[in-house]
Design a protein around this ligand. Structure first.
Ligand code: BES
Ligand code: MN
Ligand code: ZN
Length: 490
């Protein structure tokens, strides 16, 4: 697993600045004020920081921007990063500055002179998240990244406050690794094994095999995997950090390790991107890891359907009718609309087994979500304003884009089948909404449910707010905060 760069917290020792290797980061307010460490850097660099202020260069910058100087005279470091942050910097500004640090950091050690930062933890979180790299398949690259040393006021307190943030980073990295991993490596079995390994951090894990899924009547989920040599599985991750007997929040993820489309084969151009079609399951696994790592005082259960959508002589055909665990029959119009078949059964199992206090599903479900919202926002659809607004608030606070779209009977009607209870594709119009209406049918009366279509945000070909190009880990932070806001009362 890609591990977040290690972070050490110490008191400020001005005399160590000149000889620090790698990069040194200092901060300056937008109106040019330096703190004690900044004044030391300025002195060592013969007034360079003062000249920057005089030049007016800061006026062209915003809070959270950085100015980087290479090979700074007077320092042993290879570079000096100057963070422009007001004394009362917001979470967003602080993270943005951190992201800028993480972007330039590379594998070098970093000394952060953060004694007067308002939110050192947010700066560090931004830097750690942005410094991610997926390198397991690069034979020439070493994985080792230089550590971050943060000189801060009250290092013990900052270290304690940083622990949950570093748990978040670990969850995000776990998700990104899963999403980045090619499908010949991340098979359904390998995915289940990575989840099973989280037993070591206190999660209760159960993996259901095909025979178990048959016994449960999961004909929809199983139909997706018929064409693949990889066995279909369902993995359940239970975190019991809250009161015994209190119903959990259920997180359900689509884990299609590769989506060829099946017999309704996708065009070859860009098909390689479908290695990320387990993104929903990846986020669920990452959130569960974060919750366990920070010891969340909440009950949460994560459930993922792990399956590969392949064409073969055994694959489900267009026109086949399958029976879901709920008992509803589904006409498979298009074998490429497979994610909803996976979720229908796993969501039903989640409700039958746990009577959750709320259910949130995540899936790279429709290309239409990208048409509607691009890569800026996940599509959010819900039958419950309270749960939905709590999620939207959490996503906003974490800087993860999310935008609500409507549900409605008119959309649900597009999913009517001639020969079965429902069909799995309603055609092109409102594809994200009709997919959600399909899922809605598998939500029990009175269940609060939010559907997150993350097709546009799970993996992006340009950098995102906290990640380099590639897997973003979108949603881990928002869901972690939702758990805190909703179930932990802070
Ligand atoms: N995994 C895809 C959706 C997707 C597309 C995710 C692009 C990420 C990027 C999903 O299984 C799919 O193929 N959906 C179809 C549904 C259609 C057949 C009703 C789609 O969006 O075209
Ligand atoms: Mn598909
Ligand atoms: Zn898919």
């Amino acid at each position: 697993m890609t591990t977040p760069v290690s972070v050490a917290f110490t008191e400020t020792e001005l005399d160590l600045i000149a000889s620090a290797e790698g990069r040194v980061a200092v901060f300056i307010t937008p109106d040019g004020k330096l703190d004690q460490a900044g004044r030391r850097v300025n002195r060592l660099m013969k007034g360079t920081l003062a000249r920057i202020v005089e030049s007016g260069a800061l006026e062209k910058k915003s809070a959270g921007d950085i100015i980087s100087l290479a090979w700074p005279v007077g320092l042993s470091a290879e570079a000096l990063d100057i963070l422009i942050l007001p004394r009362n910097a917001s979470v967003e500004e602080s993270r943005r500055a951190g992201v800028a640090l993480g972007r330039s950091k590379g594998t070098k050690p970093l000394l952060l002179l953060g004694a007067s930062l308002k939110r050192p933890v947010e700066v560090i979180l931004g830097a750690v998240l942005r410094a991610y790299e997926f390198t397991p398949h690069k034979t020439s690259e070493t994985q080792e990244g230089g550590a971050i040393t943060a000189m801060v006021a009250k290092p013990d307190e900052v270290e304690a406050a940083a622990a949950p943030a570093l748990a978040v980073a670990e969850g995000v990295f776990f998700t990104r690794d899963l999403v980045s991993e090619p499908a010949n490596h991340l098979t359904t079995t390998e995915f289940a094994n990575r989840i099973l390994a989280m037993q070591d951090i206190g999660l209760k894990i159960t993996v259901f095999e095909e025979s178990d899924l048959e016994r449960l009547g999961m004909g929809a989920l199983l139909s997706v995997g018929h064409g693949s040599a990889s066995p279909t599985k369902m993995a359940v991750m239970e975190w019991q950090g809250g009161p015994e007997g209190e119903p959990p929040l259920a997180l359900v993820g689509k884990g299609v390790v590769f989506d060829t489309g099946g017999i309704s084969l996708k065009p070859s151009a860009g098909m390689e991107d479908m290695t990320m079609d387990m993104g929903g399951a990846g986020v669920v696994a990452g959130v569960m890891r974060t919750l366990a790592r920070r010891g969340a005082k909440a009950n949460v259960v994560g459930l993922v359907g792990l399956v590969e959508n392949m064409p073969s002589d055994r694959a489900t055909r267009p026109g086949d009718v399958v029976t879901s665990m709920k008992g509803d029959t589904i006409e498979v119009i298009n074998t490429d609309a497979e994610g909803r078949l996976v979720l229908a059964d796993v969501m039903w199992y989640a409700q039958e087994t746990y009577q959750p206090c709320g259910m949130i599903d995540l899936a790279t479900l429709t290309g239409a979500a990208i048409v509607a919202l691009g890569h800026e926002n996940a599509a959010v659809l819900s039958n419950d304003d309270t749960l939905c607004n709590t999620f939207l608030k959490a996503a906003k606070a974490e800087g993860e884009g999310a935008w609500r779209m409507p549900l409605g009977k008119g959309y649900a009607d597009l999913m009517k089948s001639q020969i079965a209870d429902i069909k799995n594709s309603g055609g092109r119009p409102a594809g994200t909404i009709t997919a959600a209406e399909f899922l809605h049918r598998f939500v029990q009366d009175g269940s609060a449910w939010v559907h997150l279509d993350i097709a546009g945000v799970a993996s992006v070909k340009s950098e995102t707010p906290y990640a380099p190009m590639g897997a973003s880990g979108w949603g881990v932070m928002a869901l972690n905060r939702l758990v805190a806001d909703m179930l932990e009362g802070d």
